[in-house]
Structure formats: structure tokens, C-alpha cells
Design a protein around this ligand. Sequence first.
Ligand SMILES: O=C(O)CCC(=O)C(=O)O
Ligand SMILES: [Fe+2]
Length: 512
Amino acid sequence: KEIFRSLAKLRSLVTIENKLITDLDTHIQVFREFIGTRDAKNLQQDIILVSLRINTLESRLVHAKTAMIAVTDDAHVTHPIHAFHMLKRYVKFWKTLTDDIDSIIVQDLHTFLTKYDDQLPDESDFSGACLAILRLQLTYEISTRDMADGKFIQKTKPDIPPSGMSVDDCYLIGYEAYKANDTHYCVKWMEEGLRRYKEGYSIMPWESSSEIAMLQLKTECLYKADMFNKAWSHFQELSMLDPKNDYVLKNRTTFEAIANTTNNETERLYPPRTVKFKDFNDCCNGKVNHKGNSGLVCYLKHYPTLGFRAFGEEVLHIHPRLVLIHGVIDDHEIDQLKSVAVPKLRASTTSTKSKGSRITPSRVSNTAWLEETDDNILLPRISRRLEAITGLNTENAEPYQLVNYGIGGHFIPHMDVNNANDTIKARVATLLIYLTDVQYGGSTVFDVLGVKVDARKGDAAFWFNLKKSGEFDKDSGHGSCPVLLGEKWIINKWFNYYDQFSKRKCGMSEDE
Ligand SMILES: O=C(O)CCC(=O)C(=O)O
Ligand SMILES: [Fe+2]
């Protein structure tokens, strides 16, 4: 299911959770009334015990209600920490609701939860949300403390209150880092969790973390990162706090053996964190922009075949040419496109020669393919417009591809040219239209060129993926930066090589 891969899909969870809250509220009322009746008095059950358990339910209800009304419906989806919290409630809170409650109550609750079963997120969604937090942190260089305090947006946004992480949140995110072999963030998040714990932040009854658990994972991650001295001192602290701890008992001999043979030289403060797509990340976070790209122009261009309609165009890179065209489609068209696309959204895939098409962590979004015949008026009209603007043909083009990004949704740097052995169908050029503004993040970055294009509703980026000779143009490599705040929708139109037979002539040099 992987609902975290599309914010459009995540939206329905807000509605469902409101229903869960109402249902739970009703259940509690019914149980309370029941306790007061004669039938209940005849029960073998201890009424006091049942009442206590109803109180437990009630405190859970208050927790869910408070979380739901704290922010707007939109923020539950478009703000990564609120989205993380919503998924955490589903996976760790609603699904365990019945664990600590008395059996007579449980049966009824079970039925109300299972009613929504096929629509509810699962552990893979929660881990997707944790990985999104880690990805955003890495790309936008947000410290763990700022991320945990929800202070990652520089400008103040009064309509979105900051959202803080609990001890348990820190533990769970760090645990996800550990599973991903990311010792750096594992240590950082355990430290943040431990710091919060010492500051008196509470751990709720349904949460699973503890000081011991955090210390243990921190020790293990330091050990894995070859930072033995630090790991050893934490190991000793752990064995003092909890001498019978399984981890301590199991690893004592190993740790002691190493401790007896290593010298006490000082170590780095943290396990290092390597960044896989350094150039790409540096463009995303604004460190690099438009490197060595001067003499850029913008102009207004009229199109006779479109009734002399004019579009403002900006040249973002000269060689190879990358242009941004403003206002290519209007809000009304965008709404129509999205509503046709939503029911068709499926997890996006990436393809490799060896492994074929797969859903991967490299592309966190959903895709809907729209044929011109899916809509008799709008899409053909847009095609005529795009043909005029680009001077290219769309006759045998692939269907339109609509993309809706998920939590921290991104697409790692890649080239759009597919069908390496089939030049005829190769995507000679791409026109990418933004269907939403994105408040923070979500830009398209051409990492080789050092160009960042911000997502602005209605704007279109246009570039060639092949040189005139039909060679791949490696400079066309690009990707989508993770969405930090807001929702990102785009639509892609790919022009194929074959269709441009008479449109794109050969060049005078191989390099063109
Ligand atoms: O969303 C973006 O900014 C880039 C998308 C992209 O490169 C693609 O869909 O091929
Ligand atoms: Fe692309």
C-alpha cells in the first residue's frame, strides 16, 4: 500500500482518523452507560476494574483528539512532522488500542478498527515517514535538535505551529537510521532522545522506548561505526544501570576483550555522515546555484498558432539550453487534471537495466498516466499548446505522466532517456509543468549544470535529453529535491525522437 508515497493518498487518513475518534467517543459513552445498569452489576467482572480501563481509553481518546485539533487538516499532510505523528498514531497507537483493555470491551473495539483495515497505513508507512525526516535533515542540513523541535523553517509560518518530537519519536527515528546502517543519525537521535528524557519529557504508556533502550542502541551504533572508546564508556554506563540487560550479558566478553587491547587515543566526536549526491544536495539547499552561468535573458514570446497568446520565458541555462516558461496551464486546468489523476495514482517506479522496474526509496511519489483519450478536450488542447511552445511534435508521444510526491518526496538524480537501445522512442526532450507551489523544498535540480528550478504553479521547465546527433546529453541529469513543506504535483510530457523527424534537424557539430 505504502500510503506515505503520496500526499494525495495521505489526505484520506485525516478523515478516517476523525471517524475513529468519533467512534471511540461513542464507545466510551456506551460503556459508561452500561456500567450504570443492572446488567453490569450482575457481571462477574469487577466494576471498578472495568471503570479504570475505560478511563485508560478515555485518556487515549484525549491524546488523539488533542493531536487532531492542534493543526489544520492540511498540515497533518503537508508538514513532515505532523505527517510523521499521524502515521505514528495509526501504527503505534490506534493499532494497539485494544492491547491493554479488558476483554469485554475489546471485541467491540476490534470491530470498529477492522472496519477500516484495508485503508489503514502499516509499519512500512511509518518507516517511510522516519526515512523522510532523515532525508530532509541530511539534504537541508537541519540539526537533529532543530528537527526535533520542529524549527526547520526559517521564516515564521504562524498558521503552522511548530511541532516537537517526544523521547519515543527520537528513539523510533534513530532506530530507523540504525536499520538503514546510518550510524551517524542513529547516534544523534539516541542522544536527542536521552537529552529529552533527562529534561523530563514523558513517555506515554503505549510507547516502547526507555532510557536503557536508547543507551543500548547508541552503544551499538558507536560500536558499528568503529568508535570503540565511546561505545565502551556507554557500555559501562549501561551495565551499571541495568546489569542484567541482555545486550550487556551477550556482549560483555567481546567488549572487554577489545577494551583490553585498544589504546585510549581520542576519537572523532561522531560517526561521519557521507552524502551520496553531494552536488545535488548542495543545489537543493541553496549552497550552489547557477554556477558559471551568465548572460541569461528573459523575454515574452507570442505564438501565432495559439491566437498570438504570449508566454514569458526565462533562459536558465544557455548550453545546453534550459528554459522556464511561465503560466503554461491555468488553475482550472490544473484542478481538472488532478481530479482525473487521483484515482489512477500508483507508486512510482524506477528502472534499471539489471533489475527492471521497481518501487524504490530513490523515488518517493505516485504516478498516474493520462492518455489524451482519457479526456477529449483538455489534454489535446494542452498538447497543441506544448507543440507550439516547444516547436516539437507529440503525435506518438507517451501518455502524460502526473506525479504526486509523498512525505519528504524526492527523485534522485537521473536522466529521462529510457530505451537506451531504442532511439526511436527515446525521450529526446522533457517538458515538466509544476501543478503546485511548494512552500519549502521540492525544486528540480540539474546537478551537473548547478541549476535549481523552484516549483511554481503553472510554470514549465523545458530541456533536451539528447544531443542533435542522438547522443545522450549527460548535462541533462536532474532530480527532485525532497519536499520539506507543502505538496508537490507535476506533469511530465516526454517528446520522442521519432516524432521530431522533421522538427529537430542535425547540427553542424557533434556537440550540438
Ligand atoms: O519533480 C521533479 O522536479 C523532477 C521529476 C523528474 O525528473 C521526472 O519525473 O522524471
Ligand atoms: Fe526526470
